[in-house]
Design a protein around this ligand. Structure first.
Ligand code: NAP
Length: 327
C-alpha cells in the first residue's frame, strides 16, 4: 500500500497523478478534507482518457497532528510519501508553520516506524541550505543552515522537520529526501503561498532570480527514488536557474497578454517593506520580511544534477509547464 500525505496540494496531487499513471499498487491519499479538484485538473490537462484511474485512490481524512488518525491511516502502508506541510512566508503563520511541519513530520515518522514502513520520501526544500560563496551553486554538499537569516520560519520548519526524518533513519526507517526549487505546475496559479496571479499580472519584477522545477518532474523523481534501492540520501531537484525577469519573459511567450515587466530598484523595495510594516500596525498581513527582501534581489543558483546521474531521469524544459498554466 502506497500512502501519500498532502494529496490535495500541489506536490501531492502531481505525485498521485504520477503514481496512478505508473504503478499498480493500491494508493491511499491522506487529506483533512477530500478535494480532488486539482487532481482532476491534472488528468484534464495531461491525460483526459485516463481520468477513470482517479477511482483507484482511497481517500482517508487524517490531520498529521492527530496521532490516532495517523495511526489508522498508515495501517498497511509499505511506502509513504510525506508531502503535507504548511507552506507560508507570512510572519503571522510562524507558529502554525513550525507546529505543522515539525510536529506533523515527527508524527508521520513515528507512526511509519511503528507500522514498519519500508521507505519514506520526504519533501524538504532548497530553503534549508546555507548561502554559497559568490558565484557558486547550492548542491547536496552545501551545508544546511536554516537560521541563516532571522524571520525565515519556513526554512527553519523544513530543516527541523527534515531532522525528524534523519532521526527516523537512525531508528530504522529507510528514507529519501528531495529538495525542490520553486515548483511550477498546474495548480500553482492558486497556491496559497505563491501569490502567482498577483506576481504575474504586476508590471514589476525584482532584480534577483532562483531555481525552478516542473511539478511533474518532482513527482517522477520521487517515484523513481522510492522504486530504486537508493536510501538515506538527499537530492536537489532543480530544472533551471532563471532571473525573475527571464522567468516572466518565458511566461509571456505562452501568455502574451501578461504585462511586460519593469525592474524595481532596491530602494523602492525597501520603501515597500517600511510601508507594509506600517500597515501591519493596522492589522494587515505582513509578507515582506528582511529575508524575502534579500531573496527577491539575489540570484540563487542550484545544482540539480545528482539525480540525473543515478536514475534514468532528466528535467523537462520549464516552458512546457508554463504553457499549461491558466493566467
Ligand atoms: N511549492 C513549492 O514551490 C515547494 C518547493 C519546495 C518544497 N516544497 C515542499 O513541498 C511540500 C508540498 O508543498 P505544496 O506546494 O504542495 O503545498 P500545498 O499546495 O500548500 O499543499 C500542502 C498540503 O498539505 C496539507 N496539509 C497542511 N496541513 C496539514 C495538516 N495539519 N494535516 C494534514 N495535511 C495538511 C494540505 O491539505 P489541505 O488541503 O487540508 O490544506 C495540502 O494537501 C511541502 O513540504 C513544501 O514545503 C514546496
Amino acid at each position: 500500500m502506497i500512502v501519500v500525505t498532502g494529496g490535495t496540494g500541489l506536490v501531492g496531487a502531481h505525485l498521485l497523478y504520477e503514481l496512478l499513471c505508473h504503478t499498480h499498487a493500491p494508493i491511499r491519499a491522506l487529506c483533512r478534507r477530500k478535494d480532488t479538484s486539482l487532481l482532476e485538473r491534472l488528468f484534464q490537462t495531461y491525460a483526459p482518457s485516463l481520468a477513470d484511474l482517479l477511482s483507484r485512490i482511497e481517500w482517508v481524512e487524517a490531520d498529521i497532528l492527530d496521532i490516532p488518525a495517523l495511526e489508522a491511516a498508515l495501517q498497511g502502508a509499505t511506502l509513504v510519501y510525506h508531502c503535507a506541510a504548511k507552506v507560508s512566508f507570512a510572519t503571522e503563520d510562524a507558529s502554525l508553520l513550525l507546529k505543522t511541519n515539525i510536529e506533523g513530520t515527527a508524527n508521520v515518522v513515528n507512526v511509519a516506524l511503528h507500522h514498519g514502513v519500508k521507505k519514506l520520501c520526504y519533501v524538504s526544500s532548497i530553503a534549508t541550505f546555507a548561502l554559497p560563496k559568490a558565484g557558486e551553486a547550492i548542491s547536496e554538499e552545501t551545508p544546511q543552515e536554516p537560521n541563516r537569516e532571522r524571520g525565515n520560519e519556513y526554512a527553519l520548519s523544513k530543516y527541523s522537520a527534515e531532522m525528524e526524518v534523519w532521526r527516523g533513519v537512525q531508528e530504522g526507517l529507510p528514507a529519501v529526501v528531495v529538495y525542490p526549487s520553486v515548483i511550477i505546475g498546474v495548480g500553482v496559479e492558486t497556491h496559497p503561498a505563491m501569490k502567482v496571479q498577483k506576481l504575474c499580472h504586476s508590471p514589476y519584477v525584482t532584480g534577483g532570480g532562483t531555481g525552478f522545477v516542473a511539478a511533474l518532474d518532482v513527482a517522477k523523481a520521487m517515484r523513481l527514488l522510492m522504486e530504486s534501492p537508493i536510501e538515506n540520501q538527499g537530492f536537489i531537484l532543480n530544472g533551471t536557474d532563471l532571473s525573475y525577469a527571464q522567468f516572466f519573459e518565458l511566461l509571456r511567450q505562452s501568455h502574451p497578454l501578461l504585462p511586460k515587466k519593469k525592474c524595481l530598484s532596491p530602494t523602492t523595495l525597501r520603501l515597500l517593506y517600511y510601508a507594509e510594516a506600517f500597515l501591519w500596525l493596522f492589522g494587515r498581513k505582513r509578507m515582506l520580511t528582511n529575508k524575502l527582501l534579500h531573496t527577491l534581489q539575489h540570484q540563487s543558483r542550484y545544482d540539480g544534477a545528482k539525480i540525473t546521474q543515478v536514475l534514468p531521469f532528466s528535467y523537462t524544459p520549464i516552458e512546457k509547464t508554463l504553457e499549461k498554466l491558466s493566467l
